[in-house]
Design a protein around this ligand. Sequence first.
Ligand SMILES: [Zn+2]
Length: 102
Amino acid sequence: MGEAERGDAAPRLYVSYFCSHGHETRPAFAAEATIPDHWDCPRCGLPANLDSLNPPPAPKTEPYKTHLAYVKERRSDKEAADILTEALIMLRARRDRGEVLY
Ligand SMILES: [Zn+2]
């Protein structure tokens, strides 16, 4: 971009970065700039590095879990069912008392 304006643009270094989705991005750096080890993939936002055969793994993002999923993780299904039943009973009791439920 703009490099041909006066024909004496500073030398640029194009460096390829690779993300784990197989995207390649080639930002240009000034020749004297320090080349970073990592670069964020502009296409998917994952981290990318200089090693096409060994791109950085996607960061572990916790998938969205429902409250029930968390409960199930910690307890057996039976216990979870009991807790759920109990919660429903409490909710119904609150509703019966005319409380506003959120
Ligand atoms: Zn990518």
